[in-house]
Write a protein that binds this ligand. Structure first.
Ligand SMILES: Cc1cc2nc3c(=O)[nH]c(=O)nc-3n(C[C@H](O)[C@H](O)[C@H](O)COP(=O)(O)OP(=O)(O)OC[C@H]3O[C@@H](n4cnc5c(N)ncnc54)[C@H](O)[C@@H]3O)c2cc1C
Length: 404
């Protein structure tokens, strides 16, 4: 098969890939822009998968980041159900599963992440689910339709969101997690405790400080989750939210530098170790100018979107560092929402503004005297000030932060 020239090739149809294509056209890129995605669906809002789409309030078509008219208007070619199998950085080629060879001018790798699977006894029983794509949400909805007991494994935002969505649909839900308090690994016990109370107030049963040892089943189907402490939780269906690993298969086989956090190492311009190859989104272990040049990897929607745009600008030769402060959001049904700005790093002190009991508060995470991050429930206006403080790196006034 003859090679085909593509000026701008994007591998990955998630938010990073889509926003790169959009930015390339918005910024006047000339020549072909091609997105290769192994998904059956065009790029869509993955954050809806555990929220509105799983709950049934958001239709599939409303999750799409662009409809067919968008691709036509922007002259972006989208190849769905198409895997990139091989990258040759010297020849500047990507070979697709159908053996077609695309010769790129600039390449963006935005291959995202895959769910981490539990390898324990019973993990191949029917009724055990993982959640990453729209099709997973379809399967979970169908499989929990008549379930009496649904068990969520994990205490992070995916497990808590799904627990809330399914409870709102009328399912009886339990969470089993290693953490003592939901969400505490990412956001600390104060915030975690607030969201845990929201969940238990709505009837979610929590099994904290527990490690799942095995799944039990009957006739090939899950019946219970058993923990190392011997707790046995009845289950007609299980959804595991045990984190993700960056999908660096293509990149590592091609010899690109992979970092300590398992991602594709980039500089602050999101350029990888190979010429004309960039990386963005969940796979990018990027040199962050807002984190004193540390290499970090963040699995947030907004980070993927903004990095897609930065990568596009650099593919156009604009020499643009990625200097956006990471932003994250999460919703527990329509019960409570959080917004967070800052790195996913450690902190030494928390200062609370507002009232946790009233569900309107902001938590400021301090690293020494500097603001490292902030999380708000119901006080979005505080985020702008937090962004300014994080960027300025000035010592904070603790009393002013606590004042409402
Ligand atoms: C259920 C769920 C809910 C979430 N909710 C939130 C939230 O509320 N807030 C938040 O900030 N973040 C949330 N996230 C995280 C957020 O969705 C991710 O950080 C984001 O999607 C990462 O974008 P990406 O473009 O890097 O990768 P992805 O979205 O993973 O997209 C990667 C794409 O690459 C394709 N691909 C991979 N390898 C190949 C290959 N070799 N050839 C062709 N195509 C390939 C994949 O098929 C996919 O289309 C959620 C994630 C999930 C799963």
């Amino acid at each position: 098969m003859p090679e085909r020239d593509v000026a701008y090739l994007i591998v990955g149809g998630g938010p990073a890939g889509f926003s790169a294509a959009r930015a390339l056209r918005d910024e006047g890129a000339e020549g072909e822009v091609v997105i290769v995605s192994r998904d059956p669906d065009p790029p869509y809002d993955r954050t809806a998968v555990s929220k509105g789409y799983l709950g049934g309030g958001t239709e599939r078509k409303d999750t799409l980041l662009g409809d067919a008219a968008w691709y036509a208007e922007h002259d972006v070619e989208l190849l769905t159900r198409t895997s990139a199998m091989k990258l040759d950085t010297e020849a500047h080629t990507v070979t697709l599963a159908n053996k077609e060879v695309l010769k790129y001018g600039k390449l963006l790798l935005a291959t995202g992440a895959n769910v981490r699977r539990l390898r324990i006894d019973g993990s191949d029983l029917e009724g055990i689910h993982y959640l990453r794509a729209l099709a997973n949400a379809d399967a979970i909805r169908a499989d929990t339709e008549n379930a009496e007991h649904v068990v969520l494994v994990g205490g992070s935002y995916i497990a808590t969101e799904v627990a809330a969505t399914l409870t709102a649909l009328g399912r009886k839900v339990a969470i089993v997690m290693q953490e003592d308090v939901t969400l505490e690994r990412g956001f600390g016990p104060v915030v975690g405790g607030f969201f845990q109370k929201v969940l238990t107030d709505h009837g979610v049963e929590i099994h904290a400080g527990e490690d799942v040892e095995r799944f039990e089943g009957s006739d090939g189907r899950i019946t219970a989750v058993v923990t190392k402490k011997g707790t046995r939780i009845p289950a007609d269906a299980v959804i595991v939210g045990a984190g993700v690993t960056p999908d660096v298969m293509l990149a590592s086989r091609a010899g690109l530098t992979i970092g300590d956090r398992g991602g594709v190492v980039t500089d602050s311009r999101l350029a990888t170790s190979a010429p004309d190859v960039y990386a963005a989104g969940d796979i990018a272990e990027y040199e962050s100018v807002v984190h004193d040049g540390a290499h970090i990897r963040i699995e947030h929607w907004d980070v993927a979107e903004t990095q897609g745009r930065t990568a596009a600008l650099n593919m156009l030769g604009r020499d643009q560092p990625h200097d956006t402060i990471p932003y994250f959001f999460s919703d527990l049904s329509d019960w409570a929402s959080m917004e967070y700005v800052g790195p996913a790093f450690g902190w030494s002190e928390e200062i609370v503004r507002g009232s946790i009991d009233d569900g309107e508060f902001t938590v400021y995470y301090l690293d020494g005297d500097r603001l490292a991050a902030a999380l708000t429930v119901g006080r979005s206006d505080d985020l702008e000030q937090a962004r300014e403080l994080i960027t300025s790196r000035e010592p904070v006034d603790r009393a002013a932060l606590a004042a409402t």
